[in-house]
Design a protein. Structure first.
Length: 135
C-alpha cells in the first residue's frame, strides 16, 4: 500500500466532520461507511472505511484506526464544521452533506474557506466524497 495515499486520506477525512451545532447521535449518520468516490486526483485506498458514532468519527484501514475526530452537524441544513489539530495547529474546515438512503455525499471546503454551496461542489478547493453504508 502507498503510505502517502493513506496519509492523504487520514489527513483529509478528519476535515469532514467536527464541532458545529446540534446534538450528535440522532443525525442518521451513525454506522460504518465505505468510501465510494474520492476527490479528483486522490487515490482510493482499499480497505479504508469511516465509522461514525455519536460525536466521533474513526477512519479505519482494515481494523486499525488511523484517525479519530470529534464532530457535530446540523441535520436541518446539512452543514458540517470540522476542527482538527495538525502538528499542534488547529485546522478548521466547513462542509455540507446529503444523505439519500445508504449513500452519503459530502463536499468539504479548503482550510479556512466557507462551506461549498452544495454536496456536489468540487470547485474552489472543495473536495467531494461519496460514501455508502456498509452492511
Amino acid at each position: 500500500m502507498n503510505r502517502n495515499a493513506l496519509l492523504s486520506i487520514t489527513a483529509t477525512l478528519p476535515l469532514l466532520f467536527a464541532p458545529s451545532v446540534g446534538r450528535c447521535g440522532s443525525d442518521g449518520l451513525e454506522g460504518r461507511w465505505k468510501i465510494v468516490e474520492v476527490p479528483e486526483g486522490w487515490k482510493k485506498v482499499p480497505g479504508t472505511s469511516v465509522i461514525i458514532s455519536s460525536g466521533v468519527i474513526r477512519i479505519n484501514l482494515g481494523n486499525v484506526t488511523t484517525a479519530q475526530i470529534s464532530y457535530t452537524v446540523d441535520p436541518a441544513t446539512g452543514k458540517v464544521d470540522t476542527v482538527r489539530k495538525v502538528k499542534g495547529k488547529q485546522v478548521v474546515q466547513h462542509g455540507i452533506y446529503r444523505q439519500t438512503g445508504d449513500t452519503l455525499t459530502l463536499s468539504v471546503g479548503a482550510e479556512g474557506k466557507p462551506a461549498p454551496s452544495n454536496p456536489d461542489s468540487t470547485g474552489k478547493g472543495a473536495m467531494r466524497w461519496v460514501f455508502r453504508k456498509a452492511s
